[in-house]
Write a protein that binds this ligand. Sequence first.
Ligand code: GDP
Length: 461
Amino acid sequence: MSEFVNDTIVAISTPPGRGGIGVVRLSGALARAIAEPLLRLRHPLAAGQARFAEILDIEKKDKTRSEEAREVLDEAVVTYFAGPHSYTSEDVVEIAAHGSPVLLDYLVRACIAGGARLAEPGEFTQRAFLAGRLDLTQAEAVHDLIESTTLHQARVAAQQLGGALSRRVAPVKEQLVHLIATLEAGIDFAEDDIDLLPNEAMAAQMEEIAASLEALEKTFGYGRIVRDGFTLAIVGRPNAGKSSLFNRLIERDRAIVTAMPGTTRDLVTERVSLDGIPLELVDTAGLREATDEAETIGIGKSREAMAEADMVLLVLDGTEALHAEDVAAMAAHETRPLLIACNKCDLAPEVSLPNERHRVIKTSALTGEGIAELRSAIVALMTSGAPGGETALLTNIRQQQAVSASLAAVKQARAAVDNAVPHEMILLDLYEALEALDGLTGATTTDDILHLIFSTFCIGK
Ligand code: GDP
């Protein structure tokens, strides 16, 4: 991509600690020249092929031994990728030795002695980006893929890595560029009194672009949930069965269950995966007037957890009449998705369910009745923003902000058309919209932002 040649970087690319295999990766013009003196190869390195090699101990200075008789530290499989057909687009050598930290450290040291530099976090992926092999959304997807904790997260990241988001943005960008070009041409021909694009047509195109951007922006709600997970606060009066339901949902005996009201004094949280989406369950202390200090603290924390949760599960004791507190809890969560579990249905099968505005599910934490239904109701609420069949998602705030900035600029341009603003001014808005979209994929991104993104990677990625 550029005239200057990058220095050659090296890092251990496998996780810290001991393992069956550990990989040291080199990338840069000198990758091969630096690796070869450390290896005894039966066959020379060849692009795209794995080679068996012995790793030589070049640090042990033994004058009596010839080069050929150098001591061997390990056996390894070495793969050479000739640029541009490599992860970074540069020459890459990967040495897969046994996963011993001292051995891998030795290899890195020896490569540095041979002229390499220790890679910074994310630098391999950054080089792939700078060489144009990945765009910014794809580079972010590498990070998301590595960090994913469920298979569903990994699938979304893999689609992103495959360029799903970039592909979705490309036609919108093309439309925008086309509109800009037409307007620019119109200005050039203004003296000839040629109107290349009537205002109505211009407005219609802007509306179309805005609609695409709006649809894309909406994917952020679901994208964020897939990436960061979802919190569900379980609330309700003491003894309604919150802890028992919590345990049912996590399928373990974690929160203490007792017949005494007010025993779940602190917050108990657990991360589970429902349909591949990470869900943080928060069991809260019974919300009632505290009788001692510990309970007061617990109740304070419950209120905080409820305030922050994405969704609330209100547990009612089905054997009792609806309490004023329960009604108050429903009213308090008007702005958030709220599910109601009418618990202890084994004791009160005929109980009439309160409230029509929220989904109410009859459950029994004791017998397990209704638990499967509760789970699917939670999943349905979590995924209600899931785009049907559409795989391109905005998964982080940087992406969301880029799209929303672009959308705001397009809307401004659209309003300007109605206000008969000169085309030169409308163009400024459209260029702003284009720039924001370019920022999304990284076509134009400042070094500061790049540094911020890649520094969240671990070394060796
Ligand atoms: P919490 O204070 O809301 O967390 O309620 P717990 O989960 O501690 O339960 C209070 C009591 O109700 C315990 O004795 C549980 O065994 C009992 N319990 C909870 N759920 C059910 C249920 O569905 N059916 C029956 N029969 N008892 C339940």
